[in-house]
Design a protein around this ligand. Structure first.
Ligand SMILES: [Zn+2]
Ligand SMILES: [Zn+2]
Ligand SMILES: [Zn+2]
Ligand SMILES: [Zn+2]
Length: 748
């Protein structure tokens, strides 16, 4: 090192151009400045600095006997030269104007003001990356200075050595032409130039699809996933997307009401599909489900499958209908003993009888039946199945059925074959108690309601009874509200004094027939003797007491020892179109072919109308072909023998009260009574009017009567026709014994 060596920094254009060329790794400054160049406190020049680059450097200032050393930020200090780096390092401030100052150093060439005699002694060339320098030495003094020659920066030439493709990066190779410095630069892949998507597999609701796009640049088909579409549900909750079968279920509350109660089933159902609601069984094995109903419309089958498909409703109300199926004798017992049914019957509304159906023939062989009681309403249909070999020493099939509501129970269409009741020690539990009387019958002791179509094809009822209440015996049912089209063939033999071939007591009896021989005894209890009941009860082919009787026929012989006896009834208010063909014998009372009494107080209306007697009627008090006492008789006839051994006899009636009207009646039977106490039409007339009656002799009546247009039968139909017997009522056979038209139309 030389003494007093002063390094003079000279900014020369070459140095600045080096700054400007170093683009390979330049650094930007966002600041823009204005630089004022100041020489000895005078403005000299100015220029802008933009992005770290000085736009234009002024020419170096000249000062006599001084050598310009460079521009400095710190005036008089001369520590902070203006360099490229200094510009880049300038703080970012609001002050956009910066001053730089010219630094001069005075010559020192032997202090005489002479110029130095400079020679360049050493010279280091600047390279691309390293500064060079020139050193000048004064030959006359020690003065020297070095001039920095800044690195030139590389002069790079770019060569693409690998082109970028759609998917692969390329490479650019840079070589400095000056120094050979070389480096590679990545060229990013350009990406495919893809066309429209070609779908190869469509996306599904829950499965991605696939397709591809063709690259026009590289020709590759780029596979692309197509996202799943997800389900799109319509109002039926079914996915409407093509080929998708996905659906969601609806929640539906099905409210089922039956006669046994209401329950709700919460179901999950598919729209538009058949649906099913499992029927409740209530734990009763005999209960058969008939279906669900909407009002009267049946909306399901017998398994609970609905006829319609589900329509998405949130709730549904239906009625469940059931019937109780009887396939064996024990099923009938279940009607009484099943605890669920017992509770049901207790709370039962009378408008909803339990439907009961007999499904097949039932054989009671080897069973001594204990009658069952149903304290509720049933609607029993035997469907004309046969109950064979019914046998009981206790009573009928049922004791009592029904509650207090009339006609809320019906029992119909049962055939009994070989039915045997053999009563010796009657238990009061097995009879229907009515007032001071018990009743009993093969079907039931008592039914509150209606009976229809019950047939006892064969059988016997034998009763030996000596209890303390009167026991009334019936072929079918002791007491019932109405009984229709029932037939009894069972013989009835009892030591008691009251029996009816069909029933003992009913409001209405229609279309019933009795073929069973009835033989009653004389056992009655004091309650019956001398009471009103003695005029209502006795031995009868059909019924003892009834309100109205129609189209009933007795074919059987009846015999009693006590009280009264008749082919159809003991007492009734209206008897229409009834016939008796049996021989009727009272060994100790009155007897009639049709009824002992008929007491309709409507005197304008014949309370006995279109009835006939064909059997022989024998008694010891009042004996009549049709009715012992009645308020009005019309269109009736007798062809049987009417015999009162010790009392009055009448071919049509015996009257002890006023017989208001007797018209269009004829007698062709033999009538005999106590001397002077019998007549072909009326046995004991008291102010009776006979109108157009015909007898086989002119003994119309005993007692007081008047007759109008009455005739003696001449054995032809003429006298009937002449009297105006109505051919719509009468069937003329040419023999003077016309029949009633209904008889010819009514099969026995
Ligand atoms: Zn010098
Ligand atoms: Zn280079
Ligand atoms: Zn491509
Ligand atoms: Zn879907």
């Amino acid at each position: 090192m030389k003494k007093h060596l002063i390094v003079v920094l000279i900014f020369i254009c070459v140095a600045w151009s080096a700054f400007l060329l170093t683009g390979c790794n330049s650094k930007d400054s966002a600041n823009q400045y204005e630089i004022n160049f100041v020489v000895d406190n005078n403005f000299y020049a100015k220029t802008n600095v933009s992005n770290g680059t000085i736009e234009k450097m002024p020419s170096d200032p000249q000062k006599e006997k001084y050598i310009f050393q460079g521009w400095y930020f710190d005036n008089n200090q001369w520590n902070k030269p203006l360099t490229q780096q200094a510009i880049l390092d300038l703080p970012i401030t609001n002050d956009k104007t910066i001053n730089v100052y010219a630094y001069f150093v005075a010559y020192n060439c032997n202090a005489d003001g002479k110029e130095h005699s400079l020679i360049e002694t050493t010279s280091v060339k600047a390279t691309c990356t390293q500064n060079g320098s020139k050193t000048y030495v004064c030959t006359a003094c020690d003065y020297s200075y070095s001039q920095v020659i800044y690195a030139t920066g590389h002069n790079c030439k770019k060569t693409i050595t690998k082109e970028a493709t759609c998917t692969e990066n390329g490479t650019a190779h840079f070589v400095c032409e000056n120094c050979g410095y070389a480096y590679n630069e990545k060229i990013n892949a350009v990406g495919h130039n893809l066309g429209a998507l070609v779908v190869t597999t469509s996306a599904k609701c829950k499965q991605d699809g696939e397709g591809y796009r063709h690259c026009s640049r590289c020709g590759e088909d780029i596979i692309e996933s197509i996202p799943q579409t997800n389900h799109k549900l319509d109002s039926t909750k079914h996915c409407i997307n093509d080929g998708c079968e996905y659906f969601e279920m609806f929640n539906c509350s099905v409210v089922v009401t039956s006669q046994f109660g209401t329950f709700t089933k919460d179901l999950s159902l598919e729209y538009g599909k058949p649906f099913y609601v499992s029927p409740e069984s209530y734990g009763v094995e005999q209960l058969k489900f008939l279906g669900y109903y909407n009002g009267e419309e049946k909306v399901s089958d017998e398994k609970g499958n609905f006829n319609a498909v589900f329509q998405g409703q949130k709730s549904l109300s239906v009625t469940a209908k059931y019937y109780f199926a009887v396939t064996k004798a024990d099923d009938l017992i279940a009607l009484q003993d099943n605890s669920f049914l017992a509770t049901y019957f207790t709370n039962q509304k009378h408008t909803e009888p339990l439907k009961v159906e007999i499904e097949n023939e039932i054989d009671f062989k080897n069973v001594n039946w204990q009658p069952i009681t149903i304290n509720g309403y049933i609607d029993l249909n035997g469907k004309n199945h046969t109950l064979k070999n019914y046998y009981s020493t206790s009573g009928g099939l049922f004791t009592t059925v029904g509650k207090t509501y009339v006609n809320s129970t019906t029992i119909k269409n049962i055939i009994f074959e070989t039915a045997n009741l053999n009563i010796e020690n009657l238990s009061a539990d097995n009879v229907g108690k009515y007032s001071e009387m018990y009743t009993i019958g093969i079907l039931a002791s008592r039914i509150t309601g209606a009976i229809e179509g019950i047939t006892i094809k064969s059988g016997t009822i034998r009763v030996e009874y000596n209890g303390d209440l009167d026991l009334l015996v019936a072929g079918i049912c002791g007491r019932v509200n109405s009984i229709i089209n029932c037939t009894n063939h069972a013989t009835i033999t009892t030591n008691t004094a009251v029996a009816g071939g069909i029933t003992v007591s009913a409001d209405s009896v229609v279309g019933c027939k009795n073929y069973g021989i009835i033989t009653t005894g004389d056992y009655i209890v004091s309650a019956m003797i001398n009471s009103v009941y003695s005029n209502s009860y006795g031995t009868s082919g059909i019924v003892c007491e009834a309100t109205s009787i129609e189209r009933c026929i007795n074919y059987a012989n009846l015999t009693c020892k006590r009280l009264n006896i008749a082919g159809i009834s003991i007492t009734a208010k209206q008897i229409t179109e009834c016939s008796n063909f049996g021989d009727i014998t009272a060994t100790n009372g009155s007897a009639a072919g049709i009824s002992y009494l008929c007491t309709n107080y409507d005197i304008e209306k014949a309370c006995v109308d279109r009835c006939s007697n064909h059997g022989n009627i024998t008694g010891i008090e009042y004996v009549a072909g049709i009715v012992c006492s009645s308020l009005g008789i019309a269109n009736s006839y007798n062809v049987g023998d009417i015999i009162s051994k010790t009392g009055y006899a009448g071919g049509i009636a015996v009257s002890y009260t006023n017989l208001v009207t007797m018209k269009y009646c004829y007698n062709d039977g033999t009538v005999k009574g106590k001397t002077g106490c019998f007549g072909g039409i009326v046995g004991k007339a008291q102010n009776v009017s006979l109108l157009k009656c015909i007898n086989n002799d002119n003994n119309w009546a005993s007692g007081t009567y008047n007759q109008t247009l009455c005739k003696v039968n001449d054995g032809t139909d003429n006298c009937f026709i002449e009297l105006g017997y109505d051919s719509s009522i009468w069937q003329f056979n040419g023999n003077g014994k016309p029949m009633l038209k209904w008889e010819t139309e009514y099969e026995a």
